[in-house]
Design a protein around this ligand. Structure first.
Ligand code: GRF
Length: 197
């Protein structure tokens, strides 16, 4: 299974995929030309490209980005800190689908600043979700989730420090499971994702 990664920022999730050894990262694209994630990919010898949105044609840009990733051989697209919505044309371009990692237990706290949202709500259990991407904001079917109890948490940085290792583990696990055909959609329930470990 060849993987195309989209990343807008630091790229620590991308780095764990690059370091995994058993994950075949075919290419990395970004909407941010100077994203540190692109430099990480370059250092690992993976081809990169930037697709900044210059005009209003987001669906055209997304189609070019999907076509480029497919040209590099990507069958699965992984959003590793890609912070924008994607057009339908991007989402249907990948035979193995498009997945995302989110630092909250969805459907709680979708969108930006999820950890800040959770802290503001006063939750005591935080967590991470890997899910299929649809046209909504973090609204696609859930593949894997993991929770961590942090009843005394006050600072977003402390929560993120606890969540980051979970994100890295869960994203790699999801990519591996998809790669070996262990993930399928339940024909009886459109939102349920069946995982055979
Ligand atoms: C992660 O918290 C991820 O859950 C969210 O964006 C962040 C990306 O971090 N979608 P990094 O760039 O992989 O370090």
């Amino acid at each position: 299974m060849r993987v195309g990664v989209l990343a807008s920022g630091t790229g620590t999730n991308l780095q764990t995929l690059l370091d995994a050894g058993d994950v075949d990262v075919a290419a990395v694209a970004s909407d941010v030309p100077d994203a540190p994630a692109l430099a990480r990919a370059g250092r690992a010898g993976v081809v990169t490209a930037a697709f900044p949105l210059t005009g209003a044609d987001r669906s055209g840009r997304d189609a070019r980005m999907a076509a480029w990733l497919r040209d590099q051989g990507a069958e699965l697209a992984v959003l590793a800190g890609y912070m924008k919505l994607l057009s339908p044309g991007f989402l249907t371009a990948f035979p193995a689908g498009v997945i995302n990692v989110h630092p909250a237990l969805l459907p709680a706290f979708p969108g930006l600043r999820a950890v800040e949202q959770a802290l503001a709500h006063g939750v005591k259990v935080f967590g991470v979700t890997v899910h299929y991407v649809d046209e909504g904001v973090d609204s696609g079917p859930i593949i894997l989730q993991r929770a961590v109890e942090l009843p005394g948490a006050r600072e977003p940085e402390d929560v993120m420090a606890a969540l980051r290792p979970l994100e890295h583990a869960l994203l790699g696990e999801a990519v591996r499971l998809i790669g070996r055909g262990a993930i399928r959609r339940d024909p009886a329930h459109p939102r349920r994702v069946l995982v055979s470990h």
